[in-house]
Design a protein around this ligand. Structure first.
Ligand SMILES: Cc1ncc(COP(=O)(O)O)c(C=O)c1O
Length: 399
């Protein structure tokens, strides 16, 4: 049987069984539902996009997978070139992996070894944010700061190599003052912290982070697994503040096959490029650069570019503001909007109990968590569909 994610299996509500999916819609045997959360934020083109489906089929007719150990292939080569072309600055060196969590692990390993390769063994600490979520593998959990997801780490006692700070410039300056010669990296979900509660913060924090990382020689890592490809209204937040390493996943492959990438700049890459074998990055997920995933990613990026997704996201943001600005009801703490993401934070999680079934009956699939009722819609959504999502949210609070 399936062991479902984030669920107490004993009390879990039966999940909805999906029998088909097309565009923004999921189909069960008795309902047609707008997917308001893009299947954990990855299905930016909606389901069954003909170009992406075709790219996968075409590649499957040649070969589905070969390892990148001692072998290479055109889809992975083309994807690495395409990423180097579309990513800002010299973020050109692509290390593929099979999930966002693993790609985060790779970024942290890169940062640690970058300094070891230089003979600097003192920089063992990582700076990260409070409410951070970077995935569910072990080091990703450790740099995260979410007691609801990662309390199991308490068994190991207090963290020793990770410092979590709030998104406040004073806290940032103090952390650098205290730890700057022990830090190898500062990892952030830039502008939008997703699973930690759709928390949004200002670009000035990242500008200051870049300045301090430069001053003290600390690597800046942007985990854009959730924010990459337009979610914040920026193509990448890296277009505005340039990190040393960027991590992409989810929308990288338009949500069609699990895949991710850790992209380093030349400075980081050069830190491994040497005559010494021990300076190599010793990592190699079996499915890295998977040919089906790489083909899907190339098609996804092509659609993203050709169909002016950034304009679509601006329009989603405009409609979201029109529908939700000023909306208040008893129990609501705050309404937050950024790009293709909206979040209603409530004072008590009980306020959202039963919302999923309520939305189901109104043709919307939603998955609120803790105190957060949110939308992260596919970018192809139409105005009336978007309004339906927000009307459902508002009716719930006004019922
Ligand atoms: C910012 C961020 N990083 C990493 C991950 C982990 O990605 P994956 O679920 O593909 O391992 C997530 C997943 O939600 C995420 O939001």
């Amino acid at each position: 049987m399936i062991w479902y994610p984030y669920e107490q299996m004993k009390t879990m509500k039966q999940p909805y069984e999906i029998i088909d999916a097309n565009g923004v819609y999921l189909y069960t045997k008795d309902a047609k539902l707008i997917d308001s959360v893009s299947s954990w934020w990855c299905m930016i083109h909606g389901y069954k996009h003909p170009l992406i489906t075709e790219a996968i089929k075409k590649q499957a007719d040649k070969f589905s997978h070969v390892m990148l150990g001692g072998l290479t292939h055109e889809p992975a080569i083309r994807l690495s070139n395409k990423l180097a072309e579309i990513l800002p600055g010299d973020l050109d060196y692509c290390f593929f992996s099979d999930s966002g969590s693993v790609a985060v692990e790779v970024s942290l390993k890169m940062a640690l070894q970058y300094y070891m390769n230089k003979g600097d063994t003192k920089r063992t600490k990582i700076l990260a944010l409070t409410h951070a979520y970077h995935g569910d593998t072990f080091k990703a959990m450790e740099v995260g700061d979410d007691e609801d997801y990662h309390f199991v780490l308490e068994a190991y006692g207090p963290k020793t190599n990770v410092i979590n700070i709030p998104t406040e410039i004073d806290a940032l300056c103090q952390a650098f003052e205290k730890y700057h010669d022990q830090l190898n990296a500062f990892i952030v979900e830039p502008l939008l912290q997703g699973a930690g509660g759709m928390r949004m913060y200002d670009i000035s924090f990242l500008e200051k982070a870049r300045e301090l990382c430069d001053k003290y020689g600390v690597l800046l890592i942007f985990d854009e697994v959730a924010t990459g490809f337009g979610r914040t209204g920026n193509r990448f937040v890296a277009d505005r503040v340039l990190p040393d390493i960027i991590v992409l996943g989810k929308a990288l492959v338009g949500g069609y096959i699990g895949h991710a990438v850790t992209v380093a700049n030349k400075k980081v890459y050069d830190g491994f490029y040497s005559d010494d074998d021990r300076h190599a990055l010793m990592h190699g997920p079996t499915f890295m650069g998977n040919a089906l995933a790489a083909s899907a990613a190339l098609a996804s990026i092509e659609v993203f570019e050709k169909e002016n997704y950034m304009d679509k996201i601006k329009e989603i943001e405009r409609i979201t503001h029109r529908e939700l600005d000023g909306f208040m009801a008893p129990g609501i703490k705050e309404v937050r909007i950024m790009g293709g993401c909206a979040c209603i934070e409530v004072n008590d999680p009980e306020i959202l109990e039963g919302y999923q079934d309520y939305a189901y009956k109104r043709g919307v699939f939603a998955r609120p968590f803790l105190n957060y009722l949110y939308s992260m819609v596919p970018y192809i959504i139409k105005e009336n569909e978007l309004v339906q999502i927000f009307d459902t949210m508002k009716e719930w609070f006004n019922r």
